[in-house]
Ligand binder design. Sequence first.
Ligand SMILES: Cc1cc2nc3c(=O)[nH]c(=O)nc-3n(C[C@H](O)[C@H](O)[C@H](O)COP(=O)(O)O)c2cc1C
Length: 429
Amino acid sequence: MTVDSNFEVDLQGKKIALGVTGGIAAYKSVEICRRLVDAGATVIPILTAGALNFVGAQTFKALAKNEVITDLWSNSDPMIHTSLGRSVDLIVVAPATANIIGKAACGIADDVLSTTLIASRSAVVFCAAMHTEMWENPSVVENVETLRRRGHFVLDPESGELAGGDIGVGRLAGIDVIMRTIWELLEQTQDSPKVDISQQNTQVSISSHNQHFRGLRFLVTLGGTREAIDPVRYIGNRSSGRQGLALLNIAARMGGTGFAVSTVDVPKSLGFEVIHVETALEMQEAVFGKLNEIDILIMCAAVSDYRVASSASTKLKRSGESIQLQLVENPDILFEATQYIASHDLSVITVGFAAETDNPLENGKAKLIKKGVDLLVVNNVCEDGAGFDTETNAVWILDRENTISRIDLSSKESVAEEILKRVFKSIYG
Ligand SMILES: Cc1cc2nc3c(=O)[nH]c(=O)nc-3n(C[C@H](O)[C@H](O)[C@H](O)COP(=O)(O)O)c2cc1C
């Protein structure tokens, strides 16, 4: 198998069962089926009764050029309940409803997909997609944890617009992310030497689906701080927190736990203790409260350099005259944190983020030294599709040995994977 930088995978010789369940994202599994077939895989589509309300079996039959399995009882194979699960290299459930996640976690086998899941020793990836309320429901959270504990891969949904116009976490992960996950899982289960999927050809066989960070505790800061001007107005920035959420997502998938110090909502299902903050001073206090308890510090938040010297206690009103805001400098939390770590002889890998608008590499190199971090992730926020409030990012990762790695424009999840692989390398060489 090979993979190129756009995650166009070669899956020749692989047999994949594609389970499709009754979620609104079922239409996207048509494209997943096509991509798998184009990549050379043999695809066996298994559609639940719920899925058939959203998509037609005929579409999958035409794309997969294979029989579509929709029930246990009208099949030419007399042992369909066990033969499917035994014969495939991987089962991909996309989309995975709250229902199939619950059934798999509880060992329920009441239709052909759930029976195949229980009768298989193959790797399984569940690509969850559902409304935010369902995803955050405690029973779904526990079921996801159960599946992960048993070694299954649950690909978290992304945030964005959901069916019915709602906004939140729940959208099926991007198809490139799903294809990459499939490739990585298959890559792990075959004996041939690992192929490096980073674009730096560093030949490191680190997979974002291995529990490399099990037992290690992270602290990730994310979102943009807000500095009050008065009770209703603030100085803020355009950070959406998406890159930080992607880091938490992948860190959790790789077995990491710890803390998220955040100005934006963080799904409980990720398993991090969330400390919600708003201002730079609150973030400083939260970070310093946990520095002695962590192994990896990733400061991804966009922290305001200045705050209003004294914010008004009541709403500022028009007076017919101009007003002046006096700004005072905020603490440099990253610098102070690396100083504290060094002076207290703590063993913490530190990763900083720098948003640059000009000379990103020059400024980045200077910042790496000045801040005393192990790794610095540099964004040119003026680059199309990179930086604040976008679904994608393009960065350089700089380290103390003066190595510069470029990650071209890709999803924030992919960027997070590459960053965490570098973190892993920094820890274990
Ligand atoms: C219009 C509509 C959209 C739905 N979308 C989802 C969804 O995105 N995710 C989900 O978990 N359930 C969703 N459901 C509920 C599932 O269809 C329902 O739980 C069903 O029992 C799932 O069965 P299955 O997992 O066997 O396919 C939706 C239901 C309807 C009517």
